[in-house]
Write a new protein. Structure first.
Length: 138
């Protein structure tokens, strides 16, 4: 999401990117904290969701909505309205994937804190998708 700075001047897109970072970084920090407390490995790419650098996008096909390395390279190479459209389209898919995983956690989860987090993720990302749809149609 920090990739938006310098690639777009659309204040709505920049505002949405900032909103996404503000919502998702604490979620990642919480989940990373759980893993640490359970003596589980914390993925190396979980420390800063804003950059998404170092993530192995190509091997994440089991995670719905994950961007490929090619997608990320294309996004980095774009700017202006082309960036806006590509960013919003990719984030839409990414959010849909997150909602799918959160919904599954709500159904199958046994750790109440994770189920509660999943509910917040689903609600937050559903609202952000609504914003993306408005921006894509304008």
């Amino acid at each position: 999401m920090r990739r938006a700075a310098g690639r777009t001047w659309n204040t709505d897109v920049l505002g949405l990117a900032a909103q996404i970072i503000a919502a998702q970084q604490p979620e990642i920090d919480t989940m990373s904290g759980w893993l640490k407390s359970w003596d589980k490995e914390v993925p190396a790419d979980s420390s800063d969701m804003g950059e998404m650098e170092g993530m192995d996008h190509g091997s994440s096909s089991d995670m719905p909505g994950m961007m490929s390395d090619e997608d990320m390279a294309s996004l980095e190479a774009s700017s202006g309205s082309a960036f806006d459209e590509q960013f919003l389209t990719m984030m839409f898919a990414h959010h849909k994937g997150a909602i799918e995983m959160a919904s599954q956690e709500e159904v199958d989860g046994t750790y109440n804190h994770a189920v509660d987090l999943a509910k917040r993720i689903r609600a937050d990302q559903t609202a952000e998708i609504s914003t993306m749809q408005k921006l894509l149609s304008s």
